[in-house]
Design a protein around this ligand. Structure first.
Ligand code: MN
Length: 493
């Protein structure tokens, strides 16, 4: 067919996300759920699919899944069950995956995606269900040596996986990537997954098609293609962009709409490639797993989980910016990690000024946390003591620039905050008598900078304050400058 002319086109992308849940044990057995162990060491009879072994549901995994469902405003099923999804693959010894087919644990949710221009884009969540992960086939030995054929590591087999499926509500690769980032923050905030992509704990599969309007106004819908197993935000965005473009170009070229299919991503060549035309659900021969009890979620259990979810990062961020007046960047820094946000809240409850405490947390505690390689809330400074530091600064008793040495000292002992500041010589006096005495002495000496200042050279002020501070340690520089101006009859700045 001849070249086609595009008048406009609309992009439709839905996202499937697999999130590994950070439970101590696997989805249906007590074998440990961990990353980086000796190959095939986290394996038991159930993982191996040995005959006669019965699965037992991991209650914690169900709770984690419900928490994510609540965060995505889903309806949580009060009654659900487990289904077998049959397929043969060497990294799945049972020959079926236990999943949820027609009764997902969570469904019909929605999430307001905050775009970079500040607008809100609503995303509908179709469902989120629980299943177990497969193992891993390796095509070289762990040392990187070439081997004949493939070897299998079943450590990952049976790990709890939450599969989240959105409606095709994304209209650009950027929106897809933003949502993926937001979802990572949510699961980390909820503490249900580390969601580290380099460890495969979060994997993305965009479903992509395009509605092309030609010059006559007719609409041509390309077939949906799914790109499998993308494991970084950047790859997700680039692969989606590539695939959109490929579908449009193909239609322009020969008018073909393609076929429903599964593609892979080649990171070296930056292209998608056809893997297979997609199987239908009936190929999997889903049926209810006769070895597992259905799941009943009662009001009490649900209420308990709702209470644990609490205020989510987006709501916190909004409140910090709007009610507390923090900058967007500071609000995001404090709200994205639950521990940091909770710590901040306690400092505020301890009487700290919102901006001062935010500043100390991000800049001073952030620096110490980086240095010590642990989170802010594990440094050993109680939020209450941080609030005391904040008020010493706000009362001009300690210079903001001395917060770091003061807090470092506070980490070493439980001594009172103000006393520690005094012992370190960081306590500034606001006793005007002491300041006035130092100024009188300076005037008596009449040094060169003082003559300069009297002659109108404002720049000499800094040198004079410095001299006064050296003469009498612990003076409050702001107050020193005020008193000096007053004494000399210079109008305040
Ligand atoms: Mn899945």
């Amino acid at each position: 067919m001849a070249q086609q002319n595009v008048k406009s086109y609309k992009v439709l992308v839905g996202l499937e996300i697999h999130v590994q849940l950070a439970t101590a044990s696997k989805m249906f057995t007590g074998a440990a759920n961990a990353f980086g162990a000796e190959p095939n060491s986290l394996v038991d009879a159930q993982v191996l699919g040995l005959p006669g072994v019965l699965p037992v549901m991991n209650r914690r995994a169900v709770e984690y899944a419900i928490k994510v469902g609540l965060a995505l405003n889903c309806t949580i099923a009060r009654h659900t069950k487990w289904d077998r999804k049959s397929y043969f693959y060497p990294d799945l010894p049972k020959n079926y995956q236990i999943s949820q087919y027609d009764l997902p644990l969570c469904e019909r949710g929605h999430f307001d995606l905050l775009e970079e221009d500040g607008s809100v884009h609503p995303v509908r969540i179709r469902r989120a269900h629980l299943e177990e992960d497969a193992g891993k086939l390796l095509h070289e030995s762990p040392g990187g040596h070439r081997i004949d054929g493939s070897i299998v590591d079943l450590n990952r087999a049976g790990t709890p996986l939450l599969e989240i499926v959105t409606e095709p509500d994304f209209h650009s690769p950027r929106q897809v990537a933003l949502f993926a980032q937001e979802l990572q923050k949510i699961v980390q905030f909820l503490g249900v997954s580390q969601a580290q992509m380099q460890m495969g704990q979060m994997r993305f599969e965009p479903n992509i098609n395009v509605h092309i309007t030609d010059e006559s106004g007719a609409v041509h819908k390309t077939a949906i293609t799914e790109i499998k197993n993308l494991n970084s935000f950047s790859v997700l965005e680039r692969a989606t962009a590539y695939e959109i473009n490929r579908q449009v170009e193909q239609w322009i070229d020969d008018g073909s709409l393609g076929q429903k299919s599964t593609h892979g991503w080649d990171e070296q060549r930056e292209i998608t490639f056809l893997q297979r035309t997609k199987e239908e659900a009936n190929d999997y021969r889903y049926f209810p797993d006769p070895d597992l009890m259905p799941v009943e979620v009662d009001e009490g259990w649900l209420a308990e989980l709702k209470a644990q979810v609490g205020e989510l990062p987006a709501a916190r961020r909004k409140r910090y910016a709007e009610a507390l007046g923090l900058s967007a960047a500071d609000a995001a820094a404090l709200a994205s990690d639950r521990g940091v946000g909770d710590y901040y809240e306690e400092a505020l409850a301890g009487g700290a000024d919102a901006k001062r405490a935010g500043n100390l947390l991000i800049n001073v505690l952030g620096q110490l946390a980086n240095r010590q390689g642990k989170p802010i809330y594990e440094l050993g400074l109680t939020p209450h003591r941080l609030a005391e530091v904040a008020s010493l600064i706000d009362q001009n008793k300690v210079a903001a620039s001395n917060a770091l040495p003061l807090i470092e000292k506070l980490l070493e002992s439980d001594a009172a905050v103000e006393m520690t500041a005094r012992n370190l010589g960081l306590l500034q006096t606001s006793d005007t008598a002491a300041i006035d005495a130092a100024i009188e002495a300076l005037i008596a000496q009449d040094p060169k900078p003082l003559q300069d200042l009297k002659a109108g050279k404002q720049a000499a002020m800094g040198a004079l304050v410095g001299m006064l501070m050296r003469q009498a340690k612990g003076l409050n520089p702001k107050l020193v400058q005020e008193r000096l101006r007053e004494k000399l009859g210079i109008s305040p700045l």
